[in-house]
Write a new protein. Sequence first.
Length: 157
Amino acid sequence: MIITHEVPEHFIRQVTTHKPPLLFSWNASQIQEHLILSHSYNLFCLSEEKLVGFLLSSLLPIENECEAELFHIEVFPTHQRGGVATRLIHALHQKCQNSFKKTVIYLETAKNNHFAINFYEKMGYKTYNERKNYYGSNTIAPHSNTALLFSITLDGQ
């Protein structure tokens, strides 16, 4: 498996038309807008030249420090529980630690997404707040409208 920051060919079409549908809730226009932002930092996991997972984030440098937000991480069903998400998170952490003296990475997940919560905690993220009624009736979290907010602080060079 290869982790790269280069956007794979046909990425937007792959994630917006995947069967079964991915949990990813952005439409093609939102994805395209994110990909062209100067502070956008994205990672893609390829296996045998096929996309099997991705991570979308932003890095906002302030002098030698950075505030980052992890917007989405997704592993295609055929490669789930194979370490892809861990590799993507480690690659993001490595980028931050190699580029900045200190980085704080923020993310959110639905309060009832126990798999994601356990994963982020295993990766060292800590819950620092929750937002009630954050998702409303959105399909991102159909059984919970509360978001848990996580962060991790990484020391770098």
